[in-house]
Design a protein around this ligand. Structure first.
Ligand code: HEC
Length: 334
């Protein structure tokens, strides 16, 4: 049990943490859903009834990573506070003799469903696979699944036979009356089964996508590594929809990290609201912010050319329902 530093995010999500800015009926709906779920400490095991994962699959601190100032020993960490819900689903018991089509569906549920959805319909960042039979042959699909692309992981650890079976299922070869569907899996492939699947990566939000939990949803904390004390803490980002409901500073979910400069500034984008901000590294005061062409879900870099210092940020957007883009934007003093 670490004594210090104190946690930089909330540790549990309970009824008293329900978002007070939601209309009363929506708060009630959240309360009723919450009562059916397992919730409590951070390491509450997953369950068939559904378990709250908090501070979320993408938070507290996330893959952007913190920044550290070696001259002061202060660490700067941005974080997310978002409850997610995971359900464990019983894997289907398959008959002794599995054909490619049936094994393909089982393997899809095990390896692909969490991103591409229970019915291959996709969601959020993950594309639908319902129409891919117009783009891929069994062979090109297997090659794609083997290597992956961008946020799609590669599946080199699956056997070729397993990948062939997935291709048969994804490409609807049964509907197309194509022969490989009925082919039997070889005995060696029949036993690689797990007892459970997961229902997918679902955030605990209302029907209109507003978080079930009270703000803040995104924070930035400075922690002195020499003393273990928090030096300052700020809410990171703004949400226009919540502003309209009366919550002025909520923070937003964020992806990407900060960079701290010798001159005393802490730069960070990362927020859904698509802004790059500069904070005073000692006090946490917001000194400057600028809009970006799309959210900068990345960590800024700083560099110098001919005595002039620049801060550059990749503005890819695309996550959290924002528009995608491909700009790099660099800033410098005149
Ligand atoms: C971690 C999430 C994740 C998992 C797991 C995953 N995918 Fe994907 N998949 C993606 C993403 C994201 C893309 C979009 C890739 C891009 O942006 O180029 C994608 C793209 C695809 C495409 C291309 C769609 C098109 O229109 O060209 C196919 C086909 C596909 N996935 C099949 C699978 C199969 C089969 C599995 C299981 C073996 C699987 N995926 C598992 C995230 C995932």
């Amino acid at each position: 049990m670490p004594q210090k530093p104190a946690p930089f995010i909330r540790q549990t999500f309970t009824e008293k943490d329900i978002n007070p800015f939601l209309p009363p009926a929506e708060q009630q709906a959240i309360r009723e859903r919450l009562r059916k779920l397992h919730t409590g400490r951070m390491f509450t095991p997953q369950s068939k009834e559904g378990t709250i994962i908090f501070p979320g699959l993408d938070g507290g601190g996330e893959w952007g990573g913190p920044a550290v100032d070696p001259t002061t020993g202060v660490l700067y960490v941005n974080a997310n506070e978002m409850p997610w819900i995971l359900h464990m689903l019983d894997a289907e018991k398959t008959e002794a003799a599995e054909n490619y089509g049936i094994a393909g569906q089982r393997l899809y549920r095990q390896h692909c469903m969490a991103c591409h959805g229970t019915d291959r319909q996709g969601s959020g960042n993950y594309p639908s696979l319902l129409e891919v039979s117009t783009k891929y042959t069994p062979q090109t699909l297997v090659e794609f699944v083997n290597t992956g692309r961008r946020m799609m992981p590669g599946f080199q650890h699956l056997s070729t036979e397993e990948k062939n079976a997935i291709a048969v299922y994804i490409l609807n070869l049964k509907e197309r009356q194509e022969e490989p569907y009925e082919k039997q899996l070889s005995p060696a492939e029949k036993f690689r089964k797990l007892p459970y699947n997961i229902s997918g990566y679902n955030k605990f939000v209302t029907a209109t996508g507003l978080p079930a939990i009270a703000p803040p949803w995104g924070t930035l904390t400075a922690i002195d590594l020499n003393t273990g004390e928090h030096v300052w803490k700020k809410v990171l980002g703004e949400d226009e929809r919540m502003k309209a409901l009366g919550a002025s500073i909520t923070g937003t979910e964020n992806y990407g990290g900060p960079v701290v400069t010798q001159g005393g500034l802490l730069f960070i984008a990362a927020t859904k609201d698509g802004r790059l901000r500069a904070f005073h590294k000692r006090t946490g005061a917001l000194l400057w912010e600028a809009p970006l062409p799309a959210p900068g879900f990345a960590t800024p870099a700083t560099y110098e050319v001919n005595g002039k210092q620049y801060i550059v940020i990749a503005c890819g957007g695309g996550k959290l329902g924002t528009t995608s883009a491909d700009s790099y934007v660099a800033f410098a003093l005149p």
